[in-house]
Design a protein around this ligand. Sequence first.
Ligand SMILES: Nc1ncnc2c1ncn2[C@@H]1O[C@H](COP(=O)(O)OP(=O)(O)O)[C@@H](O)[C@H]1O
Ligand SMILES: [Mg+2]
Length: 376
Amino acid sequence: MENEFNPFLVTGYKSALYFCDRKNETALLKNHIKNNKNTSLFAIRRLGKTGLIQHVFNSFKNNSAIACIYIDILGTKNLKEFTNQLATAIYTRFPENKSIGKKLIGFIKLLRPLVSYDSLSGDPELSFELGEARQYEKTIQQLFTFVDQQHIKVVFAIDEFQQILEYPEKNTEAVLRTHIQLLKNTHFIFCGSDQKMMHEIFNSAKRPFFASCTNMHIDFIGTKEYTAFIANMFAQHKRKVSPNAITFILEWTTRHTFYTQYFCNFLFSANLKRIEQIDAQNMAIELLKQNEGTFYQYRNLLTAGQWHLLEAIAKEDKLYKAHSKQFIGKYGLGTSSMVTRGINALLEKEMIYYHAGVAKPYYEVYDKFLMRWLQQ
Ligand SMILES: Nc1ncnc2c1ncn2[C@@H]1O[C@H](COP(=O)(O)OP(=O)(O)O)[C@@H](O)[C@H]1O
Ligand SMILES: [Mg+2]
C-alpha cells in the first residue's frame, strides 16, 4: 500500500475529516462572521490559525450568500504587491460565468491589470503598473467598494497581516483602516503569527486599527481531543495505537499542532499494524536523525553564546524565570544583561517564543524537534 493516503496533513487543509477538534474556535469565528464582526486572530506559528480559517471557510462552501476570500500576504513587500494579490484573489473567487464574475471582469478591465497565468498551476495572476503608491491606495479602495456593492456578504481573511508593517508605505495601516470602515457587507479576519506586532497593530490606542476588531486567540488542541483524533485516524486504516504511545507523542511534541501532525504522519508512513510506546519512541529518535541537517543550519545562524542559551532554554522545557540566579548559574550564562540580549536575539530570530497569554508566562524553543534534539 505504498500510495496509501496519509490522514495526518502537514501542509494545507483538505476537509473536516482530517481536522482535529477546534469546535469552540470554529463556532466563535463563525459567530463573528454571522454577526458582521471583524476579527483579529493571534497565535504562535504552526499552531493552526490558517487551518482554522480554512476550516471555517470550508463550512461556508455551499452557502451562496457568503463569499470567502483568503489571501496570505507574507510574501508581499509593498502596497503594489498587496494590491496585486488582493485583485487576483477577488478575480479567482468570482468566475466569469457567474453574474458577479461578469461585472467583475468589466470592472477589473477598467483598472487595466496585466493578466498572466502561473506556468505550473495555470491560475491567473493580476498585476498593476500604476506608478505612485497613491494610485494603489485608490485601486484597493475601488476593489473593496466593488465587492461591497454586490449584495452578498464577503469575508476577507488576510493572513500574516503583520507583514504590512514591513512595507515602505508607512501609512498602509491607516489607509486600510479608512477603506474598511466604509464597507457595509464586507468583513475581515486579520491573522498573524508575530504576536508582538499583531498586538501593536490591534491593541495600541495610538494606532488606526485600535478597537476595530474582536480579538481571538487560539491555544493548543486539548489532550483528550487530540488523543481521540489520532486513535481514530489510525483505526480507520486498520491500525492500533496504544494509549501510552499517544500520550508519548502528545508530550514529546507538546501538542504544538504542526509537530504533532508531522510526528503522526511519519509514524503512519512506517506502516506498523500495532504501535506501542516503544515504537513511538524509536520513531522520535529516527525523526531527529533525519532532521539533523536543519538543526546544524540553525546553529550556523546563531553566535556560540546564543546557541548555548538556546540549549539552556530547551533543557528547561519551559523557562519561567530567565533572570534567576539559579538559571544563569546552572548553565553558566554570565550576567543578567547578557541573558536579556541573548533572549532578544533569539526572539528576533524566532528561535524561541514568549508565551504571555497564561497565568505564568514562559519562554520556549519554537521548533519542537530542535528542542528535543538539544535536550539529548
Ligand atoms: N485542527 C487541526 N487538525 C489537524 N491538523 C491541523 C489542525 N490545524 C492545523 N493543522 C495542521 O498543522 C499545520 C500547521 O497549521 P497552520 O494552520 O498552518 O498553522 P499557523 O497558520 O498557525 O502557522 C498545518 O500543516 C495544518 O495542516
Ligand atoms: Mg498560517
